[in-house]
Design a protein around this ligand. Structure first.
Ligand code: FMN
Length: 366
């Protein structure tokens, strides 16, 4: 029987266990310039025992930023900052894929390079509030719909981000196609109302994501590229009339491309709140069968359901978000059935070492 603690071949690399660290935005990069720093290196070094660390979402351009202090991968200073992180984690024996991110409409003029409006497939504002560059929360603005002629430029932002990630010493990249950010906004028909080749049919709505994947594979090779998706999820105002057909198509296309893994979030838990939604489909039941490569699953996993998901063969590996925030040595704790530190939600986004690099390891735990 395969367990969470067995090695796994993920594209071009072999990882020592199937307890992965999910991408987690912590908003602690150095300002000005959204530059990764030594404290971030220490945080990831503490978590180097993960089978694979998927780094926090990292904007591929200034246009792609939507929250204060999230790191970027579009300036030389950011690449130099990431080198500190990758060197330190590699020395500690870890492996890292950087999550490439463009937020699309989940932004505010204060983050935009020219003070312009955030961009999106269509000019539809999300409900709710956005963080401005100076950490105020204000209602979303109505974004500007991207011209068809601008879309090659979006693909180029991701391609360049992938190239920079390589220069920064990562082991691979994950394309962020989930959670209501730009590529997901193009995928789902509640938000994408376009009439060009990037709107309407499922094939058209998936086009931008697949063009980005192809561009990034062109930089890294297919064995070093993963893609994250969030079917059936409503976070960031997403909705889709036929999720099963859409995500089946996308995963089939990704299968054809032979990428390292598909990373699919279970809709029961987005991590944005502590509630678990039971009134949603189980994504791996619906979609696992249509992807032929490594199927990585995230969302609401714990000491009971994670081992079972791998042992029963429902998924190949599990990514943990909130539990990895609070437990730097999570694989060891799961293997030894040890207790877990509780997480402190108030220190998730921004701040200092507190709630970031001060969660105790098991040996030192009370
Ligand atoms: C503080 C926090 C930050 C997150 N940042 C990201 C992110 O940068 N990229 C992403 O794809 N998902 C992000 N997520 C979602 C998590 O990766 C994960 O899918 C979610 O927390 C559910 O998994 P969990 O139940 O193990 O926490 C974040 C979640 C939390 C709680």
């Amino acid at each position: 029987m395969t367990t969470l603690f067995d090695p796994l071949v993920v594209g071009d690399i072999t990882v020592p266990n199937r307890v992965f660290m999910a991408p987690l935005t912590r908003m602690r990069s150095t300002q000005p310039g959204n530059i990764p720093n030594a404290m971030m290196a220490q945080y990831y070094v503490q978590r180097a025992s993960a089978g694979l660390i998927i780094l926090e979402a990292t904007q591929v351009s200034q246009q792609g930023q939507g929250y204060p202090s999230t790191p970027g991968i579009h300036s030389d200073a950011q690449v130099e900052g990431w080198k500190i992180v990758t060197d330190a984690v590699h020395k500690a024996g870890g492996r890292m894929f950087l999550q490439l991110w463009h937020v699309g409409r989940i932004s505010h003029t204060s983050h935009q390079p020219d003070g312009g409006l955030p961009v999106a497939p269509s000019a539809i504002a999300p409900d709710g509030k956005v963080f401005t560059a100076d950490w105020k929360q204000v209602p979303y603005e109505t974004p500007r719909a991207l011209e068809t002629s601008e879309l090659p430029g979006i693909v180029e932002q991701f391609r360049k981000g992938a190239e920079n990630a390589k220069a920064a010493g990562f082991d691979g990249v994950e394309v962020h196609g989930a959670n209501g950010y730009l590529l997901d906004q193009f995928l789902q028909d509640g938000v994408n109302k376009r009439h060009d080749n990037y709107g309407g049919s499922i094939e058209n709505r998936a086009r931008l994501l697949l063009e980005v994947v192809d561009a990034v594979v062109g930089v890294w090779g297919r064995g070093r590229v993963g893609v994250r998706l969030s079917p059936y999820a409503s976070f960031n105002g997403m909705s889709e009339s036929d999720p099963k057909a859409l995500f089946t198509y996308v995963l089939k296309e990704l299968s054809k491309r032979g990428i390292a893994y598909a990373h699919v979030i279970e809709p029961r838990a987005s991590g944005a709140s502590d509630s678990v939604n039971v009134d949603v489909p189980v994504a791996f039941d619906e979609l696992r069968g249509v992807f032929s490569g490594v199927y990585l699953s995230a969302g609401g996993y714990n000491v009971q359901n994670a081992p079972e998901a791998v042992e029963q063969g429902y998924v190949d590996a599990v990514a943990f978000g909130r539990l990895f925030i609070a437990n730097p040595d999570l694989p060891k704790r799961l293997q030894l059935h040890a207790g877990l530190n509780p997480y402190d939600r108030s220190s998730f986004y921004g701040g200092t070492e507190k709630g970031y690099i001060d969660y105790p390891f098991m040996d030192k735990a009370a």
